[in-house]
Design a protein around this ligand. Structure first.
Ligand code: SF4
Length: 283
């Protein structure tokens, strides 16, 4: 704490959960928002599961074209909720003429607008920058027919010139994701069932509303222990305690499993109490 000034430190925990057993299959802590976090946690889960492919469900906070493409390039089927398209200029484009109403024609690399006109590109890649860094590349599509268009006032607020559509280098991956999202609504709705109860248990039942440590590396370690504890509890609902101990005994991780055993021994009392409760009182 600096005198006279409040210093707020925020951490953001990323967690991937499998839908079959509701176990945490990957977790780490970051100190930025979810926007650029999707591929790191998804690929960590892929590595931990030794899976060639799986379907990835994520809320719209993770919707970032570059991240979606990175996941798809690694054989993950993405179902990431779409950000709502908004009209940034109330005197400009109306709802019926938002970009999603323009149909892309892959063969000709053109767009067809709602009035049936064809928008073409010179093929030049432009650069979009954010905070002085290259964010992504895109092409522009236009048609000279805009100047004679009777519905131009609904399509663009520009007095001079016509409508311009931008297509990013990630557009194909985004379109694939959006198709997955609209076709798999009932599957997407399972996302909350799969992972939100973990945070309910950890925060409300166990009281982890805050971290005891400070510093990304230390918080990451603290959070990983919390999640490991959660998984051990969860595994006891799937396996018997004997099965769990046998599996750990035969487990051959790349790193030293003594650390995990030390942790389990430290928590053995708790595990045995849970097991005792399950055996004697669970329905
Ligand atoms: S203004 Fe241009 S892009 Fe928009 S509907 Fe008319 S012709 Fe199509």
């Amino acid at each position: 704490m600096i005198q006279g000034q409040v210093v707020e430190v925020c951490y953001n925990t990323q967690t991937a959960v499998d839908d079959k057993h509701k176990l945490v299959v990957a977790t780490h802590t970051i100190n930025r928002n979810d926007r650029n976090a999707l591929s790191a946690i998804a690929l960590e889960a892929k590595e931990n599961l030794k899976a060639n492919e799986f379907t990835l469900l994520a809320d719209k906070g993770y919707n970032n074209a570059r991240e979606i493409e990175a996941c798809q390039q690694n054989d993950l089927k993405t179902i990431v909720a779409q950000q709502e398209l908004v009209n940034s200029n109330p005197k400009g484009t109306t709802k019926e003429y938002l970009v999603d109403k323009f149909k892309y024609n892959k063969k000709n690399d053109t767009y067809t607008c709602p009035a049936g006109q064809t928008l073409t590109t010179f093929g030049t890649w432009h650069t979009k920058k954010r905070d002085d860094k290259i964010s992504y590349h895109y092409k522009k599509y236009r048609t000279p027919e805009c100047k004679n268009c009777p519905v131009k006032y609904l399509c663009t607020g520009k007095a001079k010139g016509g409508r311009e559509i931008e297509r990013s280098q990630y557009a194909e991956s985004v379109e694939r994701n959006n198709k997955n999202y609209s076709k798999n609504q009932s599957l997407y709705r399972k996302r909350q069932e799969i992972n939100e109860h973990i945070f309910g248990t950890i925060k409300r039942k166990w009281g982890y509303y805050y971290t005891n440590l400070i510093g990304l590396e230390k918080v990451n370690g603290e959070w990983s222990f919390i999640m490991l504890n959660y998984n051990i509890k969860r595994v006891l609902n799937i396996f018997t305690l004997d099965d769990l101990m046998l599996t750990l005994k035969n487990w051959k991780p790349k790193y030293r499993k003594e650390w995990l055993f030390a942790f389990i021994v430290a928590h053995l009392n708790r595990i045995i109490r849970i097991k005792y409760f399950q055996t004697n009182f669970a329905a």
